[in-house]
Ligand binder design. Structure first.
Ligand code: GLN
Length: 551
């Protein structure tokens, strides 16, 4: 018998519903239950692939190529699993599949209505994810904030499911408590209104997770409980926490796992503390670390200094943390705006303050020349450098210009008429763009990468093949592979495919320089950051941090 937990948010967005969802799933794992997480995004976009990361945060990519919300990344990082498109939906995708069904006469002449057909489609999708993952408990996060028009239809799905299976469905409200005055008193009224709003949708939360700058005291727990028909023990304090991986343990201090199982009428089966202890041990080790490692990310989606839109690079940050912690370092990341280097070459010396530099993925023209300058500086000054996707492409541009002396070499993404298109779009991609087919058409998701012996890549993976996730339209131009290699660029990872005419297509997946020339100059066409988890750091990030630590 499947059980369902729904997570929704109160008062404001960004209160940490994703982390709460992942944490609850992890806790129920510790109690011996198979769990899976689903994210519902209330946007009309069919997926997150067409959304701007500045507005929406990073576009996460699943193994099957689904471009989705960054919360899917949190689920994978907490649960150590690889999810699929079955675990992600948006308003757009639900309507799309409903309309496709209608067009194929699935409804047999009936009038198809927003209610009940949309919520029923949502429930069907949730059940499909359950079947695929064989989860005992499905935890579904409803994006947005209670009270807004956009997610009402999803709350209606919760109401219908609860009506059908009253013993198998619970609702958790993750709500924000603002503070006021010198004593920083937490205010409960906005949360009370959020619960009223749920009530008017026919729903009553089973738990309230009280997100706030500090812990919620008993009188205020009581206040929320008394005014909103809850028991005080079901109002759980969820103060800000520096290390997000600590949160499941914090929830457990309030016995959230057992309380949830009780409400779902599930026994505490095969309870073995071993996995919980393993997790707690890691957390404890991290809290005792004091060896700092100084890293810089050179990119464009943020301003230098204080204001950082770190959400746009959340997987990179998490992957750096996983690897650093594993190797006994506390990572400190500075965000350097590549545009600053464009205007002023003397600013590049700042890079010498860092043990390692990352050039993350990206699109478009802004800040590109600054990134290329930063790459040159790191190459010439032997600063460990990791380039991710666009990062690899710009490393190749830099190498072509300054080592192979291909004057004006560029990517055709920026300069379609460049004399040396060392990075170019694949023919198959060109046709898609001509027809304006932008959604879900990049080279996406898992592709195999074959690894060369005696390379940094091989030392990292200790394997001849790696499966990694992609999201790009451009490639190292096969016509330039020879000249790049002749000048010392090593293609340590490649993708190989036989074409229909039996010629073979070889694409660069990992590039590097010989370690005799540079301690760590590595670029990947894929995004290793999408496969790093709290318990299993990614081998390339480990190798990068290891080398950075030596500087
Ligand atoms: N803009 C580049 C491309 O489309 C790189 C994309 C990325 O970094 N994800 O190929």
């Amino acid at each position: 018998m499947t059980k369902y937990i729904f997570i929704c948010g109160g008062v404001m967005s960004g209160v940490g519903k994703g982390i709460a969802t992942a944490s609850i799933a992890r806790i129920l794992n510790w109690y011996g239950y198979r769990t899976t997480c689903i994210k519902i995004d209330p946007y009309v976009n069919v997926d997150a692939g067409t959304m701007n990361p500045i507005e929406h945060g990073e576009v996460f990519v699943l193994k099957d190529g689904t471009e989705c919300d960054q919360d899917m990344g949190h689920y994978e990082r907490f649960l150590d699993v690889e999810l699929t498109r079955a675990n992600y939906m948006t308003t757009g995708s639900i309507y799309l599949s409903l309309i496709q069904k209608e067009r194929s006469l699935y409804f047999d002449g009936k009038c198809v209505e927003v209610v009940p057909h949309v919520p029923l489609e949502v429930i069907e999708k949730i059940d499909k994810a359950q079947r695929i993952t064989r989860a005992d408990v499905v935890i579904t996060e409803i994006g947005g904030t209670v009270g807004e028009y956009q997610n009402l239809i999803f709350l209606e799905a919760v109401r219908i499911l609860k009506l059908r299976k009253p013993d198998d469905v619970i609702l958790v409200l993750v709500s924000y408590l603002p503070y006021q005055g010198e004593g920083m008193e937490l205010k409960t009224k906005p949360t009370q209104y959020a619960i009223r709003s749920l009530n008017s949708a026919g729903l009553q939360p089973d738990f309230v997770l009280a997100r706030a700058i500090h812990s919620l005291d008993e009188p205020r727990k009581w206040k929320i409980a008394f005014n909103c028909n809850l028991k005080p023990q079901d109002v759980i304090s969820a103060p800000d926490e520096k290390n997000i991986y600590q949160i499941p343990l914090n929830f457990e201090k309030d016995d959230l796992g057992k309380k949830i199982l009780k409400k779902l009428k599930l026994p505490i089966k095969n309870f073995s503390n071993a996995n919980k202890l393993k997790w707690a041990k890691r957390i404890e080790r991290i809290s005792n670390l004091n060896n700092k490692i100084q890293l810089a990310v050179v990119g464009k989606y943020f301003q230098s200094g204080k204001f950082v839109l770190a959400d746009a690079y959340i997987s990179v940050i998490e992957a750096v943390k996983h690897a650093s912690w594993y190797l006994g370092y506390l990572p400190h990341i500075d965000w350097l705006n590549s545009e600053d280097f464009e205007k002023d070459n003397t600013k590049l010396v700042v890079l010498k303050n860092y043990q390692g530099v990352i050039i993350p993925g990206g699109f478009g023209k802004r800040g590109v020349e600054g990134k290329i300058k930063a790459i040159k500086f790191c190459r010439e000054n032997r600063i460990p450098l990791l380039g991710l996707c666009y990062g690899l492409q710009l490393m190749v541009v830099e190498f072509a210009r300054n080592v192979c002396h291909l004057k004006g070499a560029h990517t055709t993404e920026i300069d379609s008429k460049t004399k040396h298109p060392v990075i170019d779009i694949l023919e198959s991609q060109k046709n898609l763009l001509r027809e304006k087919l932008y959604g879900g058409t990049m080279r996406l998701g898992n592709w195999p990468c074959y690894i060369k012996k005696n390379t940094i890549a091989h030392q990292a993976y200790r394997n001849y093949v790696a499966i990694e996730r992609h999201r790009h339209r451009y490639e190292v131009n096969p016509k330039y592979q020879n000249i790049l290699q002749e000048n010392g660029l090593i293609f340590s990872g490649i993708y190989k495919e036989k074409r229909k005419d039996l010629s073979s297509l070889v694409l660069a997946e990992i590039i590097e320089l010989d370690q005799k020339v540079h301690p760590f100059f590595v670029g990947t066409q894929f995004h290793p950051e999408f496969k790093s988890t709290f318990l299993s750091p990614h081998p390339l990030f480990l190798k990068f941090i290891l080398n950075a630590g030596r500087k």
